[in-house]
Design a binder for this molecule. Structure first.
Ligand code: ADP
Ligand code: ASP
Ligand code: MG
Length: 439
């Protein structure tokens, strides 16, 4: 079994969907195809929800109408036959009826999740109509029947595996399955999601659940590049990465992969390939348990970071101090990204601002607490970089003009992380591109 995931831009235009149909029928291997919402749809649904949350029904209504019109014109080019167009129109009508109904009911967190789920439900159902029109035997698997997260928002892999197998068993003789990325049910049984960009996570979870031979992530670029192509002019694709390297890059901001999507595939040792729908012949990136080349592979950046420093002379020669500090973050379910310590202070970074005030209040008795917002983590990732000759020298020479606020090195053999004020992000990425990759 092969898992093939297509992101928003890969299904965002009718001709792209036609191309996806070609790619998934290019060989006879049994497949589970995971689709995102059409590009722009999830953003539109977020914006509709925000308008509703602010009681601005007029804006929400006009955005719903614009989105609906977009879907009607989409199916006109996607489909040729009248019967297929009618089936697709009925699907659009069903989902937009729901969106029109929400204009009349009060907004809640649960409703918000229901609204966000419409994108993937629409894209998969419309794609299924197209496959039927061109006579490709397949079955739609409802993700809401098998994809689930627990009370800590962690996917429940054994349960997913069991329920997915039951869903597949319902379709004897079928070799091609299509399902929704991103959406799931939570511990309360409500519709929920795997966070923005979560279709990659769905694909990896499914690949682990069925022990797929490969998990292919098809997107709009030819693999993981050595630096952020949205910011730096010259970047190059990386042919091979290890799971650990890919996980670090995803976690530290390489948008091509959802931050936590690597672990399921890694757990079952399923290779992950990053491929370009617009350029299917390109090699892309292959992610496996072994990283072939040593040395630096890539740089990534993660914004919206908050640094918290606790200074206390009581830390001097004290044990148990760090535990007390970390317990505060644990209490507020706020993960820490970077940590540095000195004899009298500890600095950590977080990316979730929800409980900053509570955390600071509880840290205050331990010493002087300083909070710095608008920071960016820039991570340099590679294989055994800690022992790569002259690495640190090259790195710090490249960024000598940047006011670095924190450095984390030695935690793993494949990551050096720097904290810089957000306004220096572009300059840092560019300087590292020149200094480390000669680009
Ligand atoms: P999809 O809709 O297919 O999930 P995404 O927009 O989530 O696609 O991810 C692909 C985008 O990730 C690329 O278009 C690129 O701009 C961005 N990106 C950021 N960092 C990297 C990187 N290091 N390598 C490749 N792409 C990256
Ligand atoms: N549609 C969702 C998003 O835009 C999930 C995804 O595309 O991966 O975040
Ligand atoms: Mg994505």
């Amino acid at each position: 079994m092969k898992v093939m995931k297509f992101g928003g831009t890969s299904v965002g235009k009718p001709e792209r969907m036609h191309q996806v149909a070609e790619l998934i029928t290019a060989d006879a291997t049994p497949k589970i195809v995971v689709l995102s919402a059409l590009s722009g749809t999830t953003n539109a649904l977020v914006s509709i929800s925000n308008a509703l949350a602010q009681h601005d029904k007029a804006t929400a209504k006009s955005q719903i109408e614009t989105l609906e019109a977009h879907y009607h014109s989409f199916i006109t080019s996607l489909l040729k036959t009248e019967s297929a167009r009618q089936a697709a129109s009925a699907i659009i009508a069903e989902h937009f009826e729901f969106l029109h109904i929400i204009l009349r009911i009060s907004f809640s967190e649960a409703l918000y999740k229901d609204i966000l789920a419409q994108g993937e439900l629409l894209s998969t159902k419309l794609f299924s109509v197209y496959l039927t029109e061109i006579n490709i035997p397949h079955a739609l698997l409802p993700a809401l029947e098998f994809m689930s997260i627990d009370a800590n928002e962690e996917p429940q892999l054994p349960l997913i595996q069991q329920r997915l197998a039951q869903q597949i068993a319902k379709h004897n003789g079928i070799q091609l399955f299509v399902t929704q990325g991103y959406i799931c049910r939570n511990a309360k049984g409500e519709v929920d999601n795997l966070k923005r960009g979560g279709s990659d996570y769905t694909a990896s979870l499914i690949a682990a659940a069925v022990k797929a031979e490969v998990c292919e992530i098809w997107t709009d670029i030819d693999g993981m590049h050595n630096n952020d192509p949205r910011i730096v002019d010259t970047t190059l694709p990386i042919e091979e990465l290890s799971f650990d390297e890919a996980a670090e890059l995803a976690y530290f901001g390489a948008k091509i992969l959802h931050p936590t999507c690597i672990w399921p595939a890694q757990q079952e040792n399923v290779p992950v390939k990053l491929l370009n729908t617009m350029q299917p012949e390109a090699k892309g990136t292959t992610i496996t348990s072994t990283a072939m080349q040593e040395g630096i592979k890539a740089v990534a950046a993660k914004d919206g970071i908050i640094a918290i420093k606790v200074k206390s002379s009581r830390m001097l020669l004290a044990y148990g101090f760090l535990r007390k500090v970390f317990e505060v973050f644990e209490k507020y379910k706020t993960p820490i990204d970077m940590i540095t310590t000195s004899e009298v202070a500890v600095s950590v970074t977080i990316d979730n601002e929800t409980y900053v005030d509570d955390i600071v209040r509880e840290l205050n008795p331990f010493g002087t607490v300083e909070v710095t917002t608008h920071q960016t983590i820039v991570s340099v990732v590679g294989n055994n970089i800690a022992s790569t000759e002259y690495l640190l020298q090259k790195l710090f020479t490249a960024i000598q003009h940047i006011p670095v606020t924190m450095v984390s090195y030695g935690g793993s053999s494949h990551n050096v992380s720097l904290l810089v004020p957000n306004q220096y992000k572009e300059a840092t990425l560019q300087a590292l591109n020149t200094g480390l990759f000669g680009l």
